[in-house]
Design a protein around this ligand. Structure first.
Ligand SMILES: Nc1ncnc2c1ncn2[C@@H]1O[C@H](COP(=O)(O)OP(=O)(O)OP(=O)(O)O)[C@@H](O)[C@H]1O
Length: 238
């Protein structure tokens, strides 16, 4: 069943056609990765989904509702959450306090304490619970940010290059976190350049090129597609 669908979605910036007739479909319960060369329009597509940009034309349907005209906070209320590349954590507060702030919108004190401890363990951050978040390693900051993004129990988690700047070990650990969230029922859409991560997690992959969906399939189908290889020529991705 489809959770998110765009119909002929377009975004122009002056004469520049950055999102071009995108008909994208995301199945409920799946992990879907969006890849494409630099400047392909991946970030713009994300911003359209989040309501940060109004589309020039076309519609976005989420969970059977037309959300095209909803504001970002209204989309969050519908069950969409996002983790951006630049962490939005509070660096002066501890890891635990960051999670408390994120969770206090949904839970009251006893449930909140239990959920904070559960999340710390899930993210393997228990030992860093009382450390200042600003002093955490790059990977730990990203995992804390994922913890904050899932605090509202979204139906759809959007991840913008979740492994950027990570070591291979951190990347693998991030993939495991994403797979565990998915096993708990969360649908995930990730923009990602790291093909090891894409191979580790993705049920389905879409390739954007010049704002259009250029190819779609499993990771094996995408890697075997000579047209996809051609648009990446000169860039090392696997
Ligand atoms: N607000 C804007 N105004 C004008 N042009 C924009 C704007 N945002 C993006 N663009 C242009 O749209 C194109 C696609 O940009 P976008 O950031 O969506 O690509 P991307 O696939 O996310 O790239 P990257 O992988 O490098 O992050 C680029 O040519 C960019 O310069």
């Amino acid at each position: 069943m489809t959770l998110l669908q765009t119909h002929n979605l377009n975004k122009h910036f002056g004469g520049l056609h950055v999102t071009a007739d995108v008909n994208f479909s995301l199945e409920r319960g799946k992990i879907h990765c969006l890849i494409g060369p630099n400047g392909a329009g991946k970030s713009t597509f994300f911003r359209l989904l989040l309501g940060e940009y109004p589309p020039s034309s076309g519609t976005i349907v989420f969970d059977e509702k037309d959300i095209t005209r909803l504001k970002p906070f209204q989309r969050i209320n519908q069950g969409i959450s996002v983790k951006f590349q630049v962490p939005g954590i509070f660096g002066a507060l501890s890891t635990r306090q960051n999670l408390q702030i994120a969770l206090q919108h949904r839970l009251d004190s006893r449930d909140l304490d239990l959920e904070v401890e559960r999340l710390l363990e899930f993210l393997q951050l228990t030992e860093a619970a009382d450390q200042q978040a600003g002093n955490l390693s790059h990977g730990m900051k990203q995992w804390l940010e994922i913890g904050m993004a899932i605090s509202l129990k979204p139906k759809l988690l959007l991840l913008d290059e979740p492994t950027a700047g990570m070591s291979p070990d951190e990347t693998f650990r991030t993939g495991e976190i994403v797979k565990q969230l998915n096993a708990q029922g969360m649908t995930v859409l990730a923009v990602e350049h790291d093909m090891a991560f894409v191979r580790q997690v993705a049920d389905r992959v879409s390739v954007l090129h010049f704002g259009r969906i250029f190819a779609e399939g499993t990771i094996d189908e995408i890697v075997a597609d000579e047209r996809v290889a051609a648009i990446y020529l000169g860039q090392s991705h696997e």
